[in-house]
Design a protein around this ligand. Structure first.
Ligand SMILES: *Cc1c(COP(=O)(O)O)cnc(C)c1O
Length: 435
């Protein structure tokens, strides 16, 4: 597999773009090697500038629920674009997308569209603070809510991958109101709320955390958070940027039957374009300008091209889609589980509905530290063993597997076969794998 063109581009990129990339994890720092520059995507397949084909298990980090260049999505975006790319004035598509989101997500009565998950998370925090008149935030170690100052504290994947504790440039002032607690730890949450409850504007979480690999909530933990938010008067914020429209049309909140006050959406909602959203009860959302005093705005918010793509993707969703996606995720997860077991590789595969993650550790995973303590060098070896066999996993052991509807049976069979060979290679038995 030649990577000459990617190598040359990466070298050139490093002269003009910090680290050669526009988002850190893309640089392959934690797995080593040359990041692949992509030429195009077709369904389940990613094709790089050297002409190598890969089965894609990243799917742009989640947005592409139907794989690359899904016809309905591309046609809708193209049709919108031909009418003009941006107006800075309201359009019908925004109303239709808002109505779709409200119909799908139990907690959302009103929703505002923004351009990225970071922006949505940051705006949700401002709304929670503005509505409660309180300053403090409670967040969980290893949960990622974008890179805004107050939330970039113990923030999982990207930051963990680079081994930076928080980030220089985040002031003490911005971080001092963020209280950190371990995930799945009721006693720690209770203690934090006993201490800070009266000052707490929001409790934020990824209801099914997927930026510290995959560490689902313990039985009853989300309902416990709902009760703690009610006890303290804090706003409960579910960041469903990954889980929204992936675990089901209603996201983690529908799956687990726990309704937050504010929901943050991104990734899938934009159909592969820069679009995200935050929404909640009407009474809360009405604190936003122009009806209320909490300011939030955006020149390109609700961009008609992104809205058209997002709508087109959401309109493809139904129960059958999620059954199919879960089936594909199960085949991939079981394929890796069986491969590790028969090769004697110490790793576990967690699956929660349509999400799955691979962690090189045999200890149970309850919180961030359990994932941090895993063998990330082994993940890097798996990543390259799979890449060599034409399967593109996320280039970090803190990330999850993002399956898509484009993974049809023969493609799934190839993933499972590659997993078997890669596991043998990791176990130091490449000859058997070849035979
Ligand atoms: C990706 C992600 C974000 C940030 O979204 P961007 O569009 O990258 O700014 C926020 N929260 C979660 C849970 C995410 O996975």
């Amino acid at each position: 597999m030649s990577t000459d063109v990617s190598s040359r581009l990466f070298e050139r990129a490093q002269a003009s773009i910090p680290g050669g990339v526009n988002s850190p994890v893309r640089a392959f720092n934690s797995v080593g090697g040359i990041p692949r520059f992509i030429d195009r995507g077709e369904g389940a397949t990613l094709i790089d500038v050297d002409g190598n084909h890969y089965i894609d298990l990243v799917n742009s980090w989640g947005p592409l629920l139907f794989g690359h260049a899904r016809r309905e999505v591309i046609e809708a975006a193209t049709a919108a674009m031909l009418k003009g790319s941006s107006f800075g004035a309201p359009t019908e598509g925004e109303v239709r997308l808002a109505e779709q989101i409200i119909d799908a997500v139990p907690s959302i009565e009103k929703v505002r569209l923004v351009n990225s998950g970071t922006e949505a998370g940051m705006s949700a925090v401002r709304l929670a603070r503005g509505a409660t008149g309180r300053d403090k935030l409670l967040k969980f170690v290893g949960h990622y809510h974008g890179h805004s100052d107050a939330l970039l504290v113990a923030a999982g994947s990207g930051v963990a991958t680079l081994g930076i504790p928080g980030s220089p440039g985040v002031t003490e002032g911005a971080a001092k109101d963020t209280i950190l607690v371990p995930w799945n730890d009721e006693a720690a949450v209770t203690a934090a709320i006993d201490l800070h409850g009266d000052d707490l504007a929001a409790i934020l979480c990824e209801p099914v955390p997927a930026n510290m690999n995959l560490v689902p909530p313990a039985e009853g933990f989300l309902a416990f958070l709902r009760a703690q938010a009610d006890r303290s008067g804090a706003v409960l914020v579910f960041d469903e940027v990954i889980s929204g429209f992936r675990l089901g049309r209603g996201g983690a909140q529908a799956m687990h039957g726990v309704v937050p006050d504010i929901t943050v959406l991104g990734k899938i909602v934009g159909g592969g374009f820069p679009l995200a959203a935050f929404g909640g009860r009407a009474e809360l959302m009405d604190h936003l300008a122009p009806d209320g005093p909490v300011y939030q705005a955006g020149t390109l918010s609700g961009n008609p091209v992104a809205v058209a793509a997002g709508l087109a993707q959401l309109e493809l969703l139904n129960d059958e889609v999620y059954d199919c996606l879960e089936g594909a995720t199960r085949i991939v997860a079981d394929g890796f589980t069986d491969a590790f077991a028969s090769a004697g590789v110490r790793a576990q595969v967690t699956r929660h509905g349509t999400l799955a993650g691979i962690v090189f550790s045999e200890s149970p995973l309850h919180r961030y530290e359990d994932v941090a303590a895993a063998d990330h060098g082994a993940y890097a070896r798996l990543f390259h063993a799979m890449l060599d066999r034409g399967v593109y996993l996320a280039p970090s052991g803190y990330e999850v597997l993002f399956s898509s509807m484009a993974l049809e049976q023969p493609v799934l069979a190839r993933i499972v076969e590659a997993a078997g060979e890669a596991a043998e290679e990791l176990a130091g038995r490449p000859d058997e794998a070849a035979g």
